[in-house]
Design a protein around this ligand. Structure first.
Ligand SMILES: NC(=O)c1ccc[n+]([C@@H]2O[C@H](COP(=O)([O-])OP(=O)(O)OC[C@H]3O[C@@H](n4cnc5c(N)ncnc54)[C@H](OP(=O)(O)O)[C@@H]3O)[C@@H](O)[C@H]2O)c1
Length: 265
């Protein structure tokens, strides 16, 4: 499906070497966008670059970037501005989780998750804000999670990072509302990607949520459909979002009843 509004737009995707990021890249390429793909695995980026260039004849640039290295974030974004031009859409997708109870999480894991999921996302956003504000045009899409709406046992740190992403996105949306720059948060439930190779080493969580698992192509389609629209949030699957509504209204009851189910990691 071709999304006409994306034709010729410059779209930056962090964490584009696999999972949802790579699927978003494919759909944007199919709509004729120019892609700028960022991740640490440069070989995978190059592979995706040649696949997309051959299949869709679009311009694809790739840069090696660890988003937790904020100096490198500045260097890479400056290179993008100098060699490619303005960024129309930024998809902050890079992220990871390690599912552990708080007492088991090491300080390095805690720092690592915050540095990538939160500080890295904010660093990339900071780089595009001045130009988007002055051009009065742009869209920032932050991939958060349902874990950013409902904190669940064994993902205390990961949930905290995604709550931070939602808080940041909500404030940012209001700051940018007079500048025609859109901010969309994406809150998926479990998606069948390599995310769980790190998050769920034992495979117990994957087993218990297998029947709810979303496909990355489906999530990517919803994200790409939202591009350059005023979509505030994407919550997937829809029924899961009902849980967060009930949680806000009846937190004590929700935690009592939901504890066992939410603890299935
Ligand atoms: N899968 C799920 O169930 C699920 C559910 C809700 C939300 N999410 C969120 O969705 C996003 C994408 O996850 P996914 O499911 O597609 O997982 P994935 O398949 O593991 O992909 C993660 C991507 O992030 C990149 N990445 C990780 N650390 C990075 C860093 N320090 N700097 C730059 N890139 C980095 C990885 O590339 P390199 O390793 O090459 O750097 C990879 O391209 C994440 O933010 C995740 O929290 C996932």
């Amino acid at each position: 499906m071709v999304r006409e509004q994306l034709k010729g737009k410059n779209i930056v995707i962090t964490g584009a070497s696999g999972g949802i990021g790579a699927e978003i890249a494919k759909l944007c390429a199919a709509s004729g966008a120019n892609l700028i793909l960022l991740a640490r695995s440069f070989d995978k980026l190059e592979q995706l670059q040649s696949e997309l260039q051959q299949k869709y004849q679009v311009k694809v640039d790739v840069f090696k970037l660890d988003v937790s290295d904020t100096n490198q974030v500045q260097v890479v974004f400056q290179q993008i501005f100098d060699t490619i031009g303005d960024i129309d859409i930024l998809v902050n997708n890079a992220g990871f989780g390690v599912f552990r109870e708080a007492h088991e999480a090491s300080i390095d894991e805690i720092k690592g998750m915050f540095e990538v999921n939160v500080v890295g996302l904010m660093a990339c956003t900071s780089m595009v804000l001045p130009k988007m504000r002055s051009r009065r045009f742009g869209h920032i899409i932050n991939i958060a999670s349902q874990a950013g709406k409902i904190a669940t046992p064994k993902s205390s740190v990961y949930s905290a990072t995604k709550h931070a992403v939602l808080g940041y996105s909500n404030a940012l949306r209001m700051e940018l509302s007079d500048y025609n720059v859109q901010v969309t948060s994406v809150n998926p439930g479990p998606i069948a990607t390599n995310f769980f190779n790190i998050a769920d080493e034992k495979g117990t969580y994957v087993k218990s949520v297998q029947r709810f698992m979303l496909q990355p192509e489906f999530v990517a389609g919803k994200v790409v459909d939202s591009m350059l629209t005023k979509t505030r949030e994407i919550n997937l699957p829809r029924w899961m979002n009902m849980g967060s509504v009930v949680y806000v209204l009846f937190p004590r009851l929700f935690e009592r009843i939901g504890k066992r189910m939410l603890n299935s990691k």
